[in-house]
Design a protein around this ligand. Structure first.
Ligand SMILES: O=C(O)CCC(=O)C(=O)O
Length: 229
């Protein structure tokens, strides 16, 4: 059941960014069904955010965040990444992947409120978030696993989807077993245990005329040794 919306007012916590209260679904991980048969944990909640909050949250994030077009080097060629990205978090939560170094921008009120909701809901702490903006069905994310050293041995990642529904595909590294999960607006996907070591995932392109989608993956960077620029 959705908890009653306590307030739509700004909440101010001393020393921390003010945060926005979202109407989120109360759940306990122990009550959720693990969607993978082996080697990891994967939980899906279709309606973590209420539909009105999902719409509002999408609009805020689309307008507020500093979306960037990154360029990756693939076999010596400079190729634009097929989506826009941003990286926010605690100072020092520097993240390197695909040969690119991401220095965090300071939490916005919207992101900080979502981070708190994610932490309360999952019981895990997060110090950073990767944002992906898929402008339409031509934007995508290739096969990969989130298993960089700075995420720790068994990273726990909370992934919030907003906007157009997109397919999330998973494939087991050894058995080739596959799993397709359509990610609805307002849904939450939780990845944990040894999932990233045994499975890969992607968001393929779609031929459908799709509108935009925002995905936020809340993460915990454990080696904050790198300093900001
Ligand atoms: O957009 C998604 O749902 C997937 C995002 C993802 O795989 C990632 O950020 O590593």
């Amino acid at each position: 059941m959705h908890s009653e919306k306590i307030s739509t007012a700004w909440v101010c916590t001393f020393g921390l960014p003010r945060s926005w209260k979202w109407d989120t679904f109360d759940f306990q991980i122990s009550q959720l069904k693990n969607l993978v048969s082996q080697d990891g944990e994967l939980f899906y909640l279709a309606d973590f955010l209420s539909p009105p909050d999902a719409v509002e949250c999408f609009a805020r994030l689309r307008d507020e965040l500093d979306w960037q077009q990154e360029v990756a080097t693939v076999v010596g060629r400079r190729v634009p990444v097929p989506r826009l990205v941003c990286w926010y978090g605690d100072e020092g939560a520097v993240y390197q992947y695909s040969g690119l170094t991401h220095y965090p921008q300071a939490w916005t009120e919207t992101l900080f409120g979502l981070k708190q909701s994610m932490e309360n809901a999952s019981g895990h702490g997060f110090n950073s978030v990767l944002g992906n903006l898929y402008r339409d069905g031509r934007d995508s994310m290739g096969w990969h696993a989130d298993r960089e050293k700075v995420l720790g041995v068994k990273p726990f990642i909370a992934s919030l989807s907003l906007g157009a529904e997109r397919l999330f595909k998973m494939r087991h590294n050894k058995t080739g077993e596959t799993l397709d999960i359509p990610l609805a607006s307002g849904s939450l996907l939780l990845m944990g245990g040894s999932l990233q070591h045994h499975w890969r995932h992607c968001v393929p392109k779609s031929r459908q005329p799709l509108s935009a989608r925002i995905n936020l993956t809340f993460r915990n960077i454990i080696n904050q040794g790198l300093s900001n620029r």
